[in-house]
Design a protein around this ligand. Structure first.
Ligand code: FES
Length: 139
């Protein structure tokens, strides 16, 4: 294959990849903050694909978003930093809880403590869906 043919094929591939990629992208740039204080944290497509969204680029730091186990149309967003000693919790779908890998504290989807040693809840944030965008208000 001649160099010119190769570059032509790569160029076409980039355009196709670029177009198909945009169909799942949000309409807001990442980490932009709106006048009402909400920031783009992810998309419904990502949430449904992965079961959770972890975003560490919001103005307040890390946010972990899951669907409310009691009402799948509702979302919850928490700061995943464990209030016991600062490890990062992970969502365990089978337990319907955020679980800390360091000392096994467990938190409900709204951040309340289910099991210690942590005594304080995870910080919870307002979260909403607009179209395919998931927006979080951390301030
Ligand atoms: S840091 Fe999470 S339980 Fe200790």
């Amino acid at each position: 294959m001649k160099r010119r043919e190769f570059i032509g094929l790569v160029g076409v591939g980039s355009v196709v990849a670029s177009c198909s990629h945009k169909t799942t992208q949000s309409t807001l740039p990442a980490s932009s903050s709106r006048a009402d204080g909400f920031q783009l944290a992810g998309t419904v497509s990502e949430l449904d694909k992965n079961g959770q969204i972890s975003n560490k680029e919001l103005s307040a730091g890390a946010v972990l978003i899951v669907r409310d186990p009691d009402n799948a149309s509702q979302l919850t967003a928490v700061n995943p930093t464990c209030t016991h000693a600062g490890c990062t919790v992970a969502w365990q779908q089978d337990w319907e809880a955020f679980v800390c890998p360091c000392h096994d504290s467990q938190f409900a989807s709204d951040g309340k403590v289910l099991q210690g040693p942590a005594e304080q809840p995870l910080a919870a944030y307002a979260v909403k869906i607009e179209g395919n965008d998931i927006l979080v208000k951390t301030g």
